[in-house]
Design a protein around this ligand. Structure first.
Ligand SMILES: Cc1ncc(COP(=O)(O)O)c(C=O)c1O
Length: 455
C-alpha cells in the first residue's frame, strides 16, 4: 500500500464504532428520506456502510476522513479506479457543452465503433443507461426475432432487476428442486406466469442442460449466459457446457445471449471471445461507461436490425431519455481506449497472483476456504468442497455469517470488498498492493475462524 494511507486498524466487535460517526449521522439522515437508508440494496451491510466523499485511484475517502483500499470498484465497474485522469479530462472537455440532448451526438458512434473494433461479433450497438436494460432489450429482441416466448438462464445467475431474469436468483435447498432446477420467483409480486416463461438450467451440468433445452426448444427464444456469474459462485463456465449450449442454439434456432456486464473485462475482445462463444447478442455495461451509468446491447447487424426505427414502428422499440448521453459515452470511450491489450494482460496476471497467494496461504494456515474467479475478479468461499455452480457454492448458515464477519474485518483493515466478499482489481493497483490485499484477507479469515469457526 502507498504510504499516504491511514488504514483502519480498529479491532473489536462493536461495529457501530468501526464505521465513523459522520457516516452514522448520514445514515440516520438518509433513513428519514429513503427506505433502508440508502438507494441501493447491494452495498448495504450492518450497521450501515461508510459514506463516500471522494475517490482517487484505488482509494476511497469517507465522510469521516477514513481511507479504504477499494476492491469493490463500484461492483466491478471501475477498471481504472477512481477519478482516472483520462476520463476526468475527457469529461471536462465536454461538460461545458451540455449534458443531454433530444438529438444524437457523435460521441455515441465513437464508443460504439470502439466496442465493435474489439470484436467482430459485435457489429452494431445500442446503448442503454444500465446493464439491466441491456439484458432486457436483448431478451425482447430475441423474443421478437424468434417469435418464441421462453428464455433459459442458469440457476443463481444475476442479470439485473428484470422479472424474468430474476427467476431462481436466490433459490435455496428448500425450494430449488432436484437436478432439474425449479423456476423460483424472486420478488414478491412477480406474476406467477413469469416462472413458466423461464427455464432454469443447472450451471456446469452439461447433460442436464442438454436434456432440459431439448425438452423446451420449440418455445425457447434465448439462452442467457454469463460465463463468470458472481452469484453462481464466480466459477468460469466449463468447456463442455459451452459446447452444449452453442450446439443447442445452432441446432434449434435459439439465440445465444451472453451477459458480459461484468465479465467483459476478462479479455480485450470481451468474455464471449475469451470463452469461445459465438453469440447472437451480447449485453454490456459497467466498464464501458468509464464510471458513468451505461449499458449496451450489441451483436450481429442482422439481429440488431430488430431495433431499426427508420421504416416506421420497429419490431422492438428501444429508447431511454438518457441512453447514449454524451457524458457516459465520452467517459466510456476514454476508459476503453486505456484498457489496452497490455492493460488487460497486466490486470489478469495480477488477478492470477492474488488468487494463487490466497490459496497458498489458506492451505499453509489450514483455514477452510478458497477463492474463485478468473482475470481481475475474485470471490471468497469459506469451504473446501469443489465449487462448480450455484448449489455447490451455496454457503451454510455459519459460512454466511463468517463471510459477513470477514467482510467487516477487511473494512477494519482498510479494505473495501463487496458484501459477499468478492471484488476486482483496478489498473492503479501495484503488485505490492495485491500482496497486501491477499495478506489482509487471509489475516481477516484467520481472525474470524478463531472467533467463530464455521462448518
Ligand atoms: C452480470 C450482470 N448483468 C446485469 C447487471 C445489471 O447491471 P446494472 O446494475 O447496470 O443494471 C449486473 C449488475 O451487477 C450484472 O452483474
Amino acid at each position: 500500500m502507498s504510504l499516504d494511507t491511514q488504514p483502519i486498524s480498529m479491532t473489536g466487535p462493536n461495529r457501530a464504532e468501526v464505521v465513523g460517526p459522520k457516516s452514522r449521522d448520514e445514515f440516520q439522515r438518509a433513513l428519514r428520506i429513503t427506505p433502508g437508508g440508502s438507494m441501493r440494496a447491494a452495498p448495504f451491510f450492518a450497521p450501515h456502510p461508510p459514506y463516500a466523499v471522494s475517490g482517487a485511484g484505488c482509494w476511497i475517502t469517507d465522510v469521516d476522513g477514513r481511507k479504504f483500499f477499494d476492491c469493490a470498484n463500484n461492483f466491478f465497474s471501475l477498471v481504472h479506479g477512481h477519478a482516472f485522469p483520462p476520463v476526468i479530462e475527457a469529461l471536462h472537455r465536454v461538460l461545458d457543452d451540455g449534458t443531454a440532448f433530444g438529438l444524437p451526438t457523435t460521441s455515441e458512434s465513437s464508443l460504439a465503433e470502439a466496442i465493435a473494433a474489439r470484436s467482430p461479433k459485435l457489429e452494431q450497438v445500442r446503448f442503454t443507461s444500465s446493464g439491466t436494460e441491456a439484458v432486457m432489450y436483448a431478451i425482447k429482441a430475441a423474443r421478437a426475432i424468434t417469435g418464441r416466448p421462453m428464455i433459459a438462464k442458469f440457476e443463481g445467475a444475476y442479470h439485473g432487476a428484470y422479472d424474468d431474469v430474476e427467476v431462481s436468483l436466490d433459490s435455496t435447498p428448500m425450494n430449488w428442486g432436484d437436478s432439474s432446477p425449479k423456476s423460483v420467483l424472486y420478488a414478491r409480486g412477480t406474476p406467477v406466469s413469469t416462472a413458466a416463461e423461464v427455464l432454469v438450467l443447472p450451471y456446469n451440468e452439461p447433460e442436464s442442460c442438454r436434456e432440459l433445452i431439448r425438452a423446451h426448444h420449440e418455445r425457447l427464444a434465448a439462452i442467457l449466459v454469463d460465463p463468470l456469474a458472481s452469484r453462481v459462485g464466480m466459477v468460469p463456465i466449463e468447456a463442455d457446457v459451452r459446447e452444449v449450449i452453442q450446439d443447442c442454439c445452432d441446432r434449434y434456432g435459439i439465440l445465444l445471449v451472453v451477459d458480459e456486464v461484468v465479465s467483459y473485462r476478462v479479455g480485450y475482445h470481451g468474455a464471449h471471445a475469451a470463452f469461445g462463444f459465438e453469440p447472437d447478442l451480447v449485453a454490456l455495461g459497467k466498464i464501458i461507461g468509464g464510471g458513468l451509468p451505461v449499458g449496451a446491447v450489441a451483436g450481429q447487424a442482422s439481429h440488431m436490425a430488430i431495433f431499426d426505427h427508420t421504416k416506421g414502428k420497429p419490431a422492438v422499440s428501444h429508447g431511454g431519455t438518457f441512453s447514449a448521453n454524451p457524458l457516459s459515452m465520452t467517459a466510456g470511450l476514454a476508459a476503453l481506449q486505456a484498457y489496452t491489450k497490455d492493460a488487460v494482460a497486466r490486470l489478469n496476471r495480477m488477478g492470477d497472483a492474488l488468487r494463487a497467494e490466497i490459496t497458498e496461504q489458506l492451505k499453509r494456515r489450514k483455514l477452510p476456504g478458497q477463492v474463485t474467479g478468473i482475470s481481475s475478479i475474485f470471490r471468497l468461499h469459506l469451504k473446501n468442497e469443489v465449487i462448480r455452480n450455484y448449489r455447490t457454492s451455496f454457503p451454510s448458515p455459519s459460512q454466511r455469517a463468517a463471510l459477513a464477519q470477514v467482510h467487516f474485518a477487511m473494512l477494519e483493515r482498510g479494505f473495501l470488498m463487496t458484501p459477499n466478499c468478492s471484488g476486482s482489481l483496478s489498473a492503479p493497483m501495484s503488485e505490492t498492493d495485491v500482496h497486501d490485499l491477499a495478506a489482509a484477507l487471509v489475516d481477516a479469515i484467520h481472525e474470524t475462524w478463531k472467533q467463530s469457526p464455521w462448518e
